[in-house]
Design a protein. Structure first.
Length: 754
């Protein structure tokens, strides 16, 4: 037995079976069809301005709609805020079905979003209604515009108007009278006002492209000119006897992005363009926000994304002034998506006293939070130490609250530090919440919605008092899921570290089959991602498909290589610059090489799979290390880095005009000739993110070198391959069969082996 294994096991979590109780096997239908293993979630929720209550949706059985209920955090007491019966439009039998909502600043009016339609990844088009709690009047916005065409509606600060986007143009409507004014007129799809093109949404999280000024005098907005952006055509072969081309404005690597500029719409309707230095085609404007009525903060990045400038615009003086600048040899991050944050989106910088903002940046080898004065650009460091800040949650005027995990990158906890930069950092999350903790702080930061899970436990959601982290009320306990899990034989989950022959220490997580024995050998399935946008070996609840495979006799291993967003310092994350596909695939392969030395791993039954960047990683591992990996399943991979979008690929790889060889070296297609094992490639032909073209390029190369492989194309499915009846079940059934065929599950003793 390899006695070096157990020092590597730095954590052990076990979902143990009850003695004598008969356990049920997992199967695909139970996982993907029955719903019995679905985690509960909170409905849409919004904090009230008092910071001590929140508003959320509660189903109404009588009408089939939703009440808006107000809850007091301390008492848990509920008050009817808007009755579902009040949301029945005139002439209709039932209420509108609320998908999200926002309040006016005086909280007397509610803006309701319904009948949504998908735009790329998210449902951002739909119908909007205003309910006036004072007059009890329900009115629909944009009555003369096409159905479900309104986007990003928001109240003016004086509660008189709602502004929104429709058909790439901005509108302002007096919802009391219905009077509507079209504010821009040139939007046509090539010119885009108040929203963004595909690549801005995908890579900067930009969707909502306009802002009211605090005094309501102006609307600031983005305008993109995509007229010179190349058109990529996806092909729909199934909905007509003749194929239908689906055009997509998509700037590939090396191609110019849409030119971008920003402007103010004055009360008169006049448009005032804000003149920023630099070529609009060689710079991005990923963020813009009002700090106060005389300060509009505009963030500008160069094409390489290694220089960030904050511009201070004063609308009264019509003056632009540079107040802050960051430069890096690799890239500058706008935001830091992390497993502890709500997700990637267009988040404003937190404002302090109307003059300062907090920003996380990497100046000393670690990611820390700084307080930046927007009048003179000076910055003051708030967090200190040899650790990374994972994400920021807000402040209460005295303390800054943030997520970190200085001693274990697989976990996340709540910390606070004095906002004046003095004093010590204090961890607030108690020790009885090991794993990943997420927080949604109230406006006062007195209370928070706390979400906790770990590898052994699905999420629970509570309200807490932030100061002492005292639990007040349980909002979600997932009791039905937990009950279902007690009836299932679940895997053991262990965390480990391995150090590769290159001296790199890699975090790992593995699931061991129930009844695991050190005297047997098991097939291993490596699940990979490995790029700057994902961390996989986390102490967080994982999907049931992996648990089913472990139950069947596979060891499932997740590992995070250099370049992933682990909390291991800037050098760890930035070492992948110009080396995507190279350094990350080597780290994975060398770490797997150490895992394969363990006596209970069957080195003759080794598989790897991944999706998107993980699909690319799977191809690179199968092609670059053909003697180590015997079977691979690659879903929606980037086969050639020159075929992906410019913002993402150029951020991490540079400009192909300067270092084309790095793009070629890192692309899986370059090494396709080396395939020696079993390979299944899966792709949706309607993938607007990683185009199906990527798979066809790899297929051509495999054919050229007479390499056998398998593939599955899902007609018209997007990057997530979920659209259409039964698609998800079919996809995971396919992958499961492929594994069973080429990497038989279950333990093998020494006597079973030839």
């Amino acid at each position: 037995m390899n006695t070096n294994l157990f020092p590597l096991l730095v954590s052990f979590l076990c979902l143990a079976s009850l003695a004598g109780q008969q356990k049920e096997p997992l199967d695909l239908n139970r996982i993907f069809q029955s719903g019995e293993f679905r985690q509960e979630r909170l409905p849409p929720l919004q904090w009230m301005d008092d910071g001590a209550s929140y508003l959320t949706l509660v189903a109404d059985a009588e009408t089939g709609g939703h009440h808006l209920m107000r809850y007091d955090v301390e008492s848990g007491g509920e008050t009817l805020f808007v009755d579902a019966k009040a949301l029945i439009p005139e002439g209709q039998d039932g209420p509108i079905i609320i998908e999200s909502f926002t309040l006016s600043e005086d909280e007397t009016k509610v803006l309701l979003f319904t009948d949504s339609r998908r735009v790329w990844r998210s449902n951002t088009k739909g119908n909007y209604w205003v309910y006036n709690r004072t007059t009890t009047r329900l009115s629909k916005l944009g009555k003369d515009l096409p159905e479900s065409s309104l986007m990003f509606a928001k109240f003016s600060p004086d509660n008189r108007y709602v502004a929104y986007v429709s058909g790439f143009n901005l509108f302002r409507e007096n919802f009391a009278t219905g009077e509507t004014v079209q504010l821009t007129h040139d939007g046509d799809g090539d010119i885009i006002n108040g929203t963004f093109d595909w690549v801005y949404e995908e890579e900067f999280g930009c969707r909502d492209g306009f802002r009211w000024s605090p005094d309501g005098k102006f609307i600031s907005f983005w305008q993109l000119d995509a007229s010179q952006t190349g058109t990529f055509y996806m092909i729909n072969n199934t909905d007509s006897i003749y194929s239908l081309p689906i055009p997509l404005q998509y700037p590939k690597v090396g191609q110019d992005p849409s030119s971008c500029r920003v402007a103010l719409i004055e009360a008169t309707g006049n448009i005032r363009w804000i003149e920023l230095p630099g070529d609009p085609k060689a710079n991005y404007i990923p963020r813009m926000q009002w700090i106060r009525k005389d300060l509009l903060l505009i963030q500008q990045m160069n094409r390489k994304q290694n220089r960030l400038v904050y511009w201070h615009y004063n609308p009264d003086l019509d003056e632009v002034k540079k107040v802050y600048e960051e430069k890096e040899k690799t890239w500058v991050d706008i935001d830091y998506p992390d497993i502890s944050s709500a997700g990637w989106g267009m988040y404003d910088l937190p404002i302090i006293d109307g003059r300062k903002v907090t920003r996380m940046t990497e100046g000393d080898g670690w990611r820390h939070t700084y307080l930046i004065d927007l009048d003179d650009g000076t910055k003051k460091r708030l967090t200190h130490g040899a650790y990374d800040v994972a994400s920021g949650f807000g402040n209460d005027g005295e303390y800054y609250y943030f997520s970190a995990s200085p001693f274990n990158s697989t976990q996340r906890y709540l910390y606070r530090v004095p906002l004046d930069g003095s004093g010590d950092t204090l961890r607030l999350t108690p020790s009885d919440y090991p794993g990943v903790n997420r927080y949604n702080l109230s406006p006062s930061a007195q209370y928070a919605i706390h979400t906790h899970s770990n590898a052994a436990n699905p999420r629970t959601i509570h309200t807490i008092r932030v100061k002492d982290h005292k639990k007040i009320h349980t909002l979600v306990d997932n009791s039905e899921l937990k009950d279902a899990l007690t009836k299932v034989e679940l895997p053991e989950i262990r965390f480990f570290e391995v150090t590769t022959e290159d001296g790199i220490t890699i975090d790992g997580r593995m699931m061991l089959p129930p009844g695991f024995s050190l005297d047997s050998k098991y097939p291993v399935l490596f699940h990979v991602y490995g790029e700057p946008w994902g961390q996989v070996a986390t102490d967080d609840w994982t999907g049931m498909w992996s648990k089913m495979l472990a139950q069947q006799g596979y060891i499932i291993v997740d590992m995070d290589n250099r370049g992933t967003p682990c909390l291991k310092g800037s050098d760890w994350r930035k070492s992948i610059y110009r080396k995507i596909g190279i350094i990350n695939s080597r780290d994975q392969a060398m770490a797997a090489k150490e895992v394969l030395k363990w006596d209970f791993i069957d080195e003759d039954r080794v598989a790897v799979w991944g999706w998107s960047g993980g699909g690319s990683m799977t191809l690179n591992l199968m092609f670059r290390y053909p003697d180590q990996y015997h079977t691979g399943i690659s879903v929606a991979p980037v086969g050639n880095q020159l075929l992906y979008d410019n913002i993402y690929q150029e951020r991490y790889m540079g400009l192909p005009g300067e270092n084309l060889e790095d793009f070629i070296e890192g692309s899986p297609v370059t090494y396709a000739r080396n395939l020696n094992g079993n390979l299944l490639i899966i792709h949706g032909t309607g993938d607007d993110n990683v185009h199906y073209q990527n798979t066809e390029v790899v297929i051509n190369e495999l054919i050229k070198y007479n390499r056998d492989f398998d593939m599955m194309a899902y007609p018209n499915r997007s990057h997530g391959i979920w659209e259409g009846e039964n698609t998800t079940l079919h996809l995971y059934s396919l992958m499961t069969r492929y594994l069973h065929e080429h990497v038989p599950p279950g333990p093998a003793t020494l006597n079973d082996r030839p």
